[in-house]
Design a protein around this ligand. Structure first.
Ligand code: NI
Length: 175
């Protein structure tokens, strides 16, 4: 396994639409190794999610996970999604803080749908179909946006809450 280099905002791959992964590819050792590396990279940098374009691979693959003790965030089980289709459910929106390993040192408040339906393949090609809400839904929306070339800044209503981490800790954290 290896920790991969994370693409930073400005790298064109972050603005490209990722290609869907053919079923045959899922069975290859290279692909499985890539998924292991994606997970290892996400954990190395304490991200709660990472999408393949963020490690310079233009495929529709993402991983999400939030472990106990990782800030005040709720836990999210390790989930790998291949070729995900996210359907936004209902009208309810929630605004909360987001950051991104490709936009280091910055946070901002982003409105997201509270509930989503996720259809995807897992890393072995098994079909997944589940509903997610709140923080889990937020992280999946953030990561699946990366597969469309969208970053969280694009989803902000305004940049008034955009803040560096030091200033976040100083002025915003208690909110
Ligand atoms: Ni991100």
């Amino acid at each position: 396994m290896a920790v991969l280099k994370v693409a930073q905002l400005g790298h064109p791959i972050l603005r490209r639409r990722a290609a869907s992964v053919p079923r045959d590819t899922l069975r290859s050792r290279d692909f499985q190794r890539f998924v292991d590396d994606l997970i290892e990279t996400m954990r190395e940098y304490s991200g709660v999610g990472l999408a393949a374009p963020q490690v310079h691979e233009g495929f529709q693959v993402l991983a999400v996970e939030a472990q106990k003790g990782q800030g005040e965030m709720p836990e999210i089980p390790l989930t790998v999604l291949v070729n995900p289709v996210v359907t936004l459910l209902g009208e309810a929106m929630v605004e909360d803080w987001e950051g991104c390993l490709s936009i280091p040192g910055i946070r901002g408040r982003v409105p997201r749908h509270r509930e989503i339906r996720v259809e995807a393949l897992d890393r072995r090609g098994e079909a997944l179909d589940f509903a997610a809400s709140d923080f889990y839904a937020r992280v999946i929306q953030h990561e699946s946006d990366h597969l469309q070339g969208i970053v969280f800044l694009d989803r902000m209503k305004s940049f008034e809450t955009l803040t560096f981490l030091d200033e976040y800790a100083r002025y915003w954290a208690e909110e």
